[in-house]
Design a protein around this ligand. Structure first.
Ligand SMILES: C[S@@+](CC[C@H](N)C(=O)[O-])C[C@H]1O[C@@H](n2cnc3c(N)ncnc32)[C@H](O)[C@@H]1O
Length: 230
């Protein structure tokens, strides 16, 4: 599939006419991307109340706002979920969200930082969902950008494999969502998700721009494995 990169660069004037941009402003979301996660959650049920969620490539925080809303972050009661948001950039505070700065391609360090946050919040080291909307800065070279998108998605999958708990029960599944740019590497990544999760699908939310190359790969129920996933 061919997607000219210039279609990914959105002009300010077009943005103002965009219905998801307008809705994000009206509903207090930090990004129009929030609606992509809302659609994914509605269709695939990847998040639920009380979950511990890791949001990779989280800034400015639209997905984290949606995740915190679903898991019930921000309160003090038992069973309240929490969202740990990871990005290279700092993020403004959101109730129920702990933001950390880390390069997710440094997977071991990111896993360590997330575990430290969970321990400091008195949480068990059990993560229910890892979601990633991470994108590389576009270079204008389509193949190179597709490869960098693959690298981010692959790192997200490694982090998910290290943090998610492989349960059997359907209501305790370890779930995964990651963005990848369609192109040469997409099948490879989809295959890796399919190998690790009981259920795998790819999905283009209507909130994605029509000509955008992005697609989301969803995995539900991390499979049990002898030894750790690599
Ligand atoms: C499309 S934005 C995410 C939008 C976000 N989901 C929201 O709803 O507000 C992509 C993010 O990926 C982050 N990112 C790119 N490479 C990264 C890396 N190596 N480690 C951590 N974050 C990264 C960028 O800093 C950027 O904030």
């Amino acid at each position: 599939m061919f997607f000219p990169l210039e279609t990914l660069m959105v002009r300010q004037a077009d943005l103002k006419k965009d219905r998801f941009y307008k809705r994000a402003k009206q509903e207090g979301y930090r990004s129009r991307s929030a609606f992509k996660l809302l659609q994914i959650v509605r269709k695939f049920g990847v998040l639920k109340k009380g979950d511990v969620v890791v949001d990779l490539g989280a800034a400015p925080g639209g997905w984290s706002q949606v995740a915190a809303g679903v898991v019930g972050g921000g309160g003090r009661g038992r069973g309240r979920g929490v969202v740990v948001s990871v990005d290279l950039q700092p993020m403004e505070k959101i109730a129920g969200v702990v933001a950390v700065q880390s390069d997710l391609t440094n997977e071991d360090e990111t896993v360590k930082v997330v575990k430290e946050v969970l321990l400091s919040r008195g949480k068990a080291l059990v993560v229910d969902a890892v979601i990633s909307d991470a994108s590389p800065k576009l270079s204008g070279n389509r193949s190179y950008d597709q490869f960098r998108s693959l690298e981010l998605s692959r790192s997200a999958l490694k982090i998910a494999s290290a943090l998610l708990n492989p349960h059997g029960a359907e209501d305790q599944e370890g779930n995964f969502v990651a963005k990848i740019f369609q192109g040469a590497y997409y099948e490879q990544f989809y295959g890796a998700v399919k190998e690790r999760f009981r259920f795998a699908r790819s999905f283009s939310p209507s909130a994605s721009r029509k000509r955008s190359a992005e697609i989301y790969v969803i995995g539900k129920g991390l499979k049990k494995r002898q030894g750790k996933w690599k």
